[in-house]
Design a protein around this ligand. Structure first.
Ligand code: UFG
Length: 332
């Protein structure tokens, strides 16, 4: 399998995927509407098309210029808080965008898709680690859209034989080793980049969202996974679709939990900065503990995450943020 379309290939995770795919010898075309993606993050050896998945004519034209073996689909709105304020826009962009993509794939007879899903499909888990057979009860509109997208693929498989791998990400962090590709959301909502902005002196303090959770230090526990390990699993998922010809769903996490306080102390150690913190109220909808059971991906896909230490994840992110304190705009 050589020719791949990456939808959302200018975003944080998508751009890391494009770089790895190009390096592994794939022919890569990228579709991105550049609403949140950055052109500077797109690999120069990929073929870039600016446009929106909901624009059927645009997408049909892209498919007519290539013979794609598969699609990797990252293009979605992904801010949980925002999804609660504008759920209809989230359904439009995420669910309708995916519907058009699947229709164009069906018409072009492209039958394989690797799909960026989320731990938010589970909602508040009954227990951790979370395994793929546990109930899916999203507690936010973002997670609900991703679950709807998974279900759309399931029925497209039944009707048209479209095979999919849904990858449910836990907390993706870190950056490419060289420090030229990284996380640059605007506005930023994720813990690790926000903590590193404090270390850079761009913001005065990090607000810890609640210290009264039922965890050892009272702060929320999450499973952080290095973006490059995450992308390794996407490449394996492409190979899996090729060799097995069956659809499947996998969690992607490091199977280890770190509290907000533990992230703060690791970031202080990595950066050598004090990183002041202040206590704030709980953020609505935050579960106390989310930890992935990722054995299925390891067993079935042969995935071996190798950058699992939290110091490694934070130091790779730190290299990117210190080299590009204003993200892509000012420094590239
Ligand atoms: N946090 C703070 N202060 C901040 C930002 C975050 O204390 O300024 C805390 C949050 O309360 C949470 C932890 O840090 O406990 C991690 O928060 P993130 O916003 O970095 O990540 P989330 O766990 O909320 O979100 C991640 C993904 C989402 C996905 C969700 C699944 O980024 O895409 O997991 O629940 F939907």
């Amino acid at each position: 399998m050589k020719s791949v379309l990456v939808a959302g290939g200018a975003g944080y995770i998508g751009s890391h995927a494009v770089h790895q795919l190009v390096e592994r010898g794939y022919e890569v075309a990228v579709v991105d509407n550049l609403k949140t993606g950055r052109l500077a993050a797109v690999h120069p050896k990929s073929i870039f098309y600016e446009g929106d998945l909901r624009n059927r004519n645009f997408l049909t034209q892209v498919f007519s210029r290539h013979r794609f073996d598969a699609v990797i689909h990252f293009a979605a709105s992904s801010v949980v808080g925002e999804s609660m304020k504008m759920p209809l826009e989230y359904f439009d962009n995420n669910v309708y965008g995916t519907q058009v993509l699947l229709e164009v794939m069906r018409d072009a007879e492209v039958k394989k898709i690797v799909f960026s899903s989320t731990a938010a499909t589970y909602g508040e888990p009954e227990k951790v680690p979370i395994t793929e057979d546990m109930p899916t009860n999203p507690t936010n509109a973002y997670g609900e859209t991703k679950l709807a997208m998974e279900k759309m693929m399931k029925w497209a498989d039944v009707a048209y034989g479209l095979k999919y791998v849904a990858l449910r990400y836990f907390n993706v962090a870190g950056a490419r080793n060289g420090g030229d590709l990284g996380e640059a959301h605007e506005p930023e909502t994720h813990l690790i980049p926000l903590v590193l902005k404090v270390a850079l002196g761009k913001t005065p303090a990090i607000t810890v969202f609640g210290r009264d959770y039922p965890t050892p230090d009272g702060t929320c526990i999450r499973d952080y996974i290095h973006v490059e390990d995450l992308i390794d699993a996407h490449v394996l998922a492409l190979e899996y679709l090729n060799s097995s010809g069956t659809s499947n769903t996998f969690n992607l996490g490091s199977s280890q939990g770190f509290s907000v306080e533990e992230i703060l102390s690791a970031a202080r150690k990595v950066t050598g900065h004090s990183i002041p913190a202040q206590l704030g109220p709980r953020r609505a909808g935050d579960p106390a503990r989310l930890i992935a059971g990722s054995e299925k991906a390891q067993k079935v896909l042969g995935w071996k995450p190798s950058r699992t230490s939290i110091e490694r994840i934070i130091s790779d992110a730190w290299r990117w943020h210190s080299r590009h304190p204003d993200g892509y705009t000012a420094s590239i």
